[in-house]
Structures are given as structure tokens and as C-alpha cells.
Design a protein around this ligand. Structure first.
Ligand code: ADP
Ligand code: C5P
Ligand code: MG
Length: 211
């Protein structure tokens, strides 16, 4: 089993890169895990209390559960990932996703390279590197269209937590990457490189990891 971790700032294109690689390889050969689904559950708090949480600090994620699931997959056992609903800042009470052991696991999320224990689980470490002005523009459109946010809340949250946490934790984690993909979603060469490397693994060629 090969585990690929894709990190990068919000709006960098992590999810898009992961989807493109999976599309090229064939979804039957890859199990996809989003770190977003491992946001800690805050359904016991009121809506205004949930809105005030720092969702960009590494502690916002239940990485222990995520690592437990990666270890299960490595042992050849399935795991049941929670499903996160951004519109209510809570885990779904009814849904979960079955993660199947597979040849390739792609894990994408803000903090997959900043957490040392998580990093140790990864065979290929990728950082999607996109300028902050482009990321915030993408985020504005996406969060209004898909995540139920207003422009005022995006503005306030970006300055209060998103930007400072990015500078403190996410940007410094770039140094751990094996491969840096600038611009994300439409970097055909970067995506192709990752897909070709992964295909080599699927065909039984494991030489790149040897000294
Ligand atoms: P992340 O998961 O890193 O936050 P996404 O992959 O969700 O980023 O991308 C954020 C938004 O930007 C999405 O709406 C996506 O469709 C768009 N996007 C991603 N990559 C590109 C790109 N290279 N050019 C234009 N839009 C992009
Ligand atoms: O896909 P992306 O990496 O952008 O998802 C992580 C982002 O989701 C974080 O920057 C965080 O601010 C945001 N988030 C949010 N509301 C939540 C949980 C996460 O805005 N309830
Ligand atoms: Mg994403």
C-alpha cells in the first residue's frame, strides 16, 4: 500500500489535485481520504459558539482517529470515516464513509504535513503551493457557493484565524514535501508527474524509494 499525502493552504487546490490524480489512475485503485472529515465534532455547542472556533489550528482535527484509520487500512482492514458538514460546523449524525484497504491511499488536508505523527505515515508527501491572493479569491467563491458562508464571515475568519494559522503551521510544513505543485488544479505537468509515479508503483516498480 502506498500512502500519498497532499497538503497546502486553503483554496490551494488540494482537493482538486487529489481528484485529478484519482481520475487518471481509476477510482477502483485508490481510496480517498479528506482530513476535513476528521474535524472534531462540536455539535454540543450552540451555532454562535461553533462559528467562533479556530478551524485552522492543527488541534481542530482529530488526527488520532485519522492515524488509527490509516493503521487499520495498512493492516488490510476497512475503516469508517466520519462525514463533516461545513454548513453546520459539525459531523453528520447519520452518514459515514467506508474506507477500503487499497493499492493507493490519497489523504489530502491542511495539516497532513504539519503533524509529525501523520507525516510518518506517508510514503509520498506533496504540497500544493498557490499564492495567498489567489487562494482567498477561490475560497470566497467556494465558501459562498458550497459552504454556506457570507462574504462578511469569510473576511472576518480569514484575518482572525485562516491567515495567521497558515503562516504559523501550513506554510512551514512545505519543507517536508517531496513534490511541490504550484497553482494546484490546473497544473497538468505536476498532476501528471504524481500520477506517473503512482502508476509505477501500481505496476510493481518500487525502485524510487531505494537508496
Ligand atoms: P483546497 O482543497 O486546497 O481548499 P480546492 O481544490 O477545493 O482547494 O479548490 C478551491 C476552489 O478553487 C475550488 O472551487 C476549485 O474548483 C477551484 N480551483 C482549484 N484549482 C484551480 C485552478 N488551478 N484554477 C482555477 N480554479 C481552481
Ligand atoms: O478545503 P479547505 O482546505 O479549504 O478546508 C479547510 C478550511 O475549512 C479551513 O481553512 C477552515 O477555515 C475551513 N472551515 C470552515 N468551517 C468549518 C470547518 C472548516 O470554514 N466548520
Ligand atoms: Mg479541500
Amino acid at each position: 500500500m502506498l500512502i500519498i499525502g497532499i497538503a497546502g493552504g486553503t483554496g490551494s487546490g488540494k482537493s482538486t489535485v487529489a481528484r485529478s490524480v484519482i481520475h487518471r489512475l481509476g477510482s477502483d485503485k485508490v481510496t480517498f481520504i479528506s482530513q476535513d472529515n476528521y474535524y472534531k465534532d462540536h455539535s454540543y455547542l450552540s451555532m454562535s459558539e461553533r462559528e467562533a472556533i479556530n478551524y485552522d489550528h492543527p488541534f481542530a482535527f482529530d488526527n488520532e482517529l485519522l492515524i488509527q484509520h490509516l493503521l487499520l487500512l495498512k493492516e488490510g482492514q476497512p475503516a469508517h470515516a466520519p462525514v463533516y458538514d461545513f454548513t453546520v460546523h459539525a459531523r453528520s449524525t447519520v452518514e459515514s464513509v467506508e474506507l477500503k484497504p487499497n493499492h493507493i491511499i490519497i489523504l489530502e488536508g491542511l495539516h497532513v504535513l504539519s503533524d509529525e505523527k501523520l507525516r510518518e505515515q506517508l510514503d509520498i508527501k506533496v504540497f500544493v503551493d498557490t499564492d495567498p491572493d489567489v487562494r482567498i479569491l477561490r475560497r470566497v467563491l467556494r465558501d459562498i457557493e458550497e459552504r454556506g458562508r457570507t462574504i462578511q464571515s469569510i473576511h472576518q475568519q480569514y484575518l482572525a484565524t485562516v491567515k495567521p494559522m497558515h503562516e504559523a503551521f501550513i506554510e512551514p510544513s512545505k519543507k517536508y514535501a517531496d513534490l511541490i505543485i504550484p497553482e494546484g488544479g490546473e497544473n497538468e505537468v505536476g498532476i501528471q508527474l504524481l500520477a506517473v509515479l503512482t502508476e509505477k508503483y501500481l505496476t510493481g516498480d518500487r525502485t524510487w524509494g531505494e537508496a
